[in-house]
Write a protein that binds this ligand. Structure first.
Ligand code: NAD
Length: 497
């Protein structure tokens, strides 16, 4: 009998009403490891009702008590981080070192949220008018929804829920149905840390449950991460229903390489950022823009490094694991034929490579394409797999212009030893996160994460100061304690005296 993963509502496993389920694969074997329930509208109602009921008491719980629970959560996470990483490898396929990195970057946000007493401190202006003080309070919103993608089943939810919860909100998380187990593990651990029931709930599901969350009267805010078309839909639908919404979308990240770059460092970075997590990262480098005459030497170095990559089961000390599903693997692989048709050089073809894993896994090896046309779908689409494209340009200016024409603007990087060029690049490039000799510039937890253009909808970034602003609302109090000299009738607009 295959196990079925339940929802986690009101501090306990919950089967819900729906009879619909979806298979969860081990992508390294191709076998169905379990099924996950797909929530009905009624199941979403149950989860939102639990979060709504838990909100008043959690909001009124002292900051000190909330912090104590979060400290315990951080300690438990730290002690069991490798267990969580193993769940990620088993369902997503990413290799152990990568999965542990994901968990570490998530814990970073928990640690940031431990500073909540300082982060929600308000302002105070004394005696703005005679005997009158003005001060601000930052208060939580209520029950909030988080909808997350398959590629970071632990880290992306952790971009949001530690901050939401530490600020006094309650949460309904709807993780990806492709690798759902990490969400239950993280919620159960919070219960163990002493979080009151109903503060952190998990509903599993697909469009039906997402739509129910977007339309639900009692959901006050929506944080979404996923592909661009769905991010746009989430932004529009949640806004229409009066919710505060942040929706982070897909990407096509470019790396500009100038002729003076250290080519060994650059080739290492291109391989790590292009093929890490099988290219299934929103901050993966998918296009190297080589300013001539650098391309041939760079390609030689990248190719040499690719030859040494071991592809296989993430548990077996490999460099790169499988793709998330068979259908996704086939779609990604189809771009190799398309590249050929559209006139690109297929320098390294990742199909049919030898792997350290079961033949039935969802494998595709690292692939390198040169002279990719910007008119080709290989360039235009977010492929989300281990395919790295090289585009050759004659100058820095043409490289920047090409990158700025992309509809996406998530991350980008420049590789150079010229500080002036790097400075000009960071000023001119249209992307939300820029790396200078750093290929995957995911900001640390005390800065905020988010792209520009079609890589994010709304102006609210994730975590850092933007996360605090998103999960709290400001109240301004103007206060005067009784002073008989200020009595009397005056129907004019209040003025400072
Ligand atoms: P996805 O858009 O298919 O799914 C994301 C979430 O939306 C899932 O929970 C899914 O169940 C739900 N969903 C899917 N289709 C829906 C629909 N029609 N209506 C309502 N909800 C729907 O994304 P994915 O394939 O899980 O993840 C990969 C994508 O996420 C890539 O495009 C990647 O670039 C992007 N991503 C972006 C960031 C970022 O920070 N910008 C980070 C990670 C991933």
């Amino acid at each position: 009998m295959t196990d079925t993963l339940n929802h986690y509502i009101d501090g306990a496993s919950h089967t819900g009403d729906s009879t619909r389920t979806s298979p969860v694969f081990n992508p390294a074997t191709g076998a169905v490891a379990k099924n996950v329930r797909l929530a009905s509208v009624a199941d979403v109602d149950t989860a939102v009702a639990a979060a709504t009921a838990a909100f008043p008491a959690w909001r009124d719980t002292s900051q000190a008590h909330r912090q104590a629970i979060l400290y315990r959560y951080r300690e438990l996470l730290n002690a069991r981080r490798n267990d969580l990483a193993d769940i990620l490898t088993a369902e997503h396929g990413k290799v152990t070192s990568d999965a542990r990195g994901e968990v570490a970057r998530g814990i970073e946000v928990v640690e940031f949220a431990l500073g909540m007493p300082h982060l929600v401190k308000g302002d105070f202006s004394e005696n703005v008018s005679t005997g009158v003080d003005v001060y601000t309070l930052r208060q939580p919103l209520g029950a909030v929804a988080i909808i997350s993608p398959f590629n970071f089943p632990a880290m992306v939810p952790m971009w949001f829920f530690p901050i939401a919860i530490a600020a006094g909100n309650t949460v309904v998380l709807k993780p990806s149905e492709k690798d759902p187990s990490a969400a239950n593990w993280m919620a159960e651990l919070f219960t163990e840390a002493g979080l009151p029931k109903g503060v952190f709930n998990v509903v599993h599901g697909d469009k039906e449950s997402v739509d129910a969350l977007l339309e639900h009267r009692d959901v006050k805010a929506v944080s979404f991460v996923g592909s661009t078309p769905i991010a746009k839909y989430i932004y529009e639908t949640a806004s229409k229903h009066g919710k505060r919404v942040q929706a982070l979308g897909g990407a096509k990240n470019h790396m500009l390489v100038l002729p003076d770059a250290d080519l060994d460092l650059t080739a290492d970075a291109a391989v790590n950022a292009g093929f890490g997590s099988a290219g299934e990262r929103c901050m993966a480098i998918s296009v190297v823009v080589a300013v001539e005459p650098v391309a041939d030497d760079l390609i030689a170095k990248i190719t040499e490094r690719m030859r040494g990559l071991k592809v296989g089961d993430g548990m077996r000390n490999c460099d790169m694991g499988p793709l998330i599903t068979e259908a996704h693997r086939d779609k990604v692989a189809s771009y190799i034929d398309l590249a050929h048709t559209d006139g690109a050089d297929v320098v390294v073809d990742g199909r049919g490579i030898a792997v350290d894993g079961e033949a039935s896994g969802f494998w595709l090896g690292p692939t390198l394409l040169d002279k990719v046309s910007t008119d080709s779908a290989v360039y235009k689409d977010e492929i989300f797999g281990p395919i790295l494209a090289i585009i050759r340009v004659p100058s820095f200016e043409e490289g920047v212009a090409l990158i700025n024409r992309s509809p996406y603007g998530n991350g980008t990087a420049i590789f150079t030893n010229d500080g002036g060029a790097a400075r000009r690049y960071q000023h001119e490039v249209e992307a939300g996160m820029v790396g200078v000799n750093v290929p995957i510039p995911v900001p640390v937890a005390y800065h905020s994460f988010g792209g520009w253009k079609d890589s994010a909808f709304g102006d609210a970034k994730a975590y850092g100061p933007a996360g605090i602003a998103f999960y709290t609302r400001e109240k301004v109090v103007t206060s005067r304690w009784l002073d008989p000299s200020h009595g009397g009738i005056n129907l004019g607009f209040p003025q400072n005296q």
